[in-house]
Design a protein around this ligand. Sequence first.
Ligand code: ATP
Length: 299
Amino acid sequence: MSVAPLRTVDTQIVPDAGAGTESGTAGTAISVDGVRKIYDTGRERTEAVSGVSFDVKRGEFVAILGPSGCGKSTLLMMCGGLESITSGRIDIEGVAMTQPRPSIGVMFQDASLLPWKTVLENILFPIKILKRPMAEYTERARSLIDMVGLHGFEDKKPHQLSGGMRQRVAICRALVYDPDILLMDEPFSALDAITRDEMGEALLDIWEQYTKTALFVTHSIREAVLLADRVLVMTRRPATIVEDIRIPFGRPRPRDVSGSPEFNEICVYLRSLIESGHGAAQGRRSGDGPVLQPGRRGA
Ligand SMILES: Nc1ncnc2c1ncn2[C@@H]1O[C@H](COP(=O)(O)OP(=O)(O)OP(=O)(O)O)[C@@H](O)[C@H]1O
């Protein structure tokens, strides 16, 4: 089932069959350059992010992995214009990021649905806020509902849904207005392991029909390797990027890839990086990461 295409008010991203791969011709969607974040509460100064630089190409799916509290969410929020940048610069489609934009969809750990609204009304809520034509977007919302397997639940309220179903609604809400970029902050972390795997597969299904640029924060190494074209590994706070690994599995991604020795080898390598918690790459510009192949570890 495909999703009805729409034109967006911002730059239209044309899905690129080569996007997210070495041969992709896509330009840069997100450019993070020397970004630092210090939270200053008056009583306490916390350096959350320190000198982080990386690029994300259009159509690329980049996962950010790192220890708890290292600054992943802070980095994502700065990319979404939801948190100020202390120093450095973030450009989205070549324009400096200073405030939220409709070309960026955001998804959080908590689905944050409005309890008094139905599934369909929740999904269409951004359309109401953005004052876009409701009839046109209702068709799209229904296509998305079908795609994530919620057909028949359009008129249910959030309390009538399981946690996984609520997150499916949140995915539809993030995609309904056709944002060019999707920022996801541990969207499946509150779900049980089986539902989490199902959601990963649902996201892969969506990705294959509806390529977007994505930045995805997760604690799950396996989820990152299953979903992403590249994985950025962050150090302990203040976070910087210790490794940028290109995942060598193409698109459409084989659903059984997570059972392969190569997949497990990459997971083991990433786990060792996270457990060591630091590396020699402080302050470097990320973006040309090694391709991790069987028997060959990233430098
Ligand atoms: N609004 C804030 N004010 C002060 N400090 C903050 C604020 N938000 C985050 N921090 C601090 O910044 C650091 C990084 O937090 P952040 O939530 O970005 O980490 P994270 O890697 O996403 O964590 P987790 O993986 O546990 O979700 C933490 O020490 C946190 O306490």
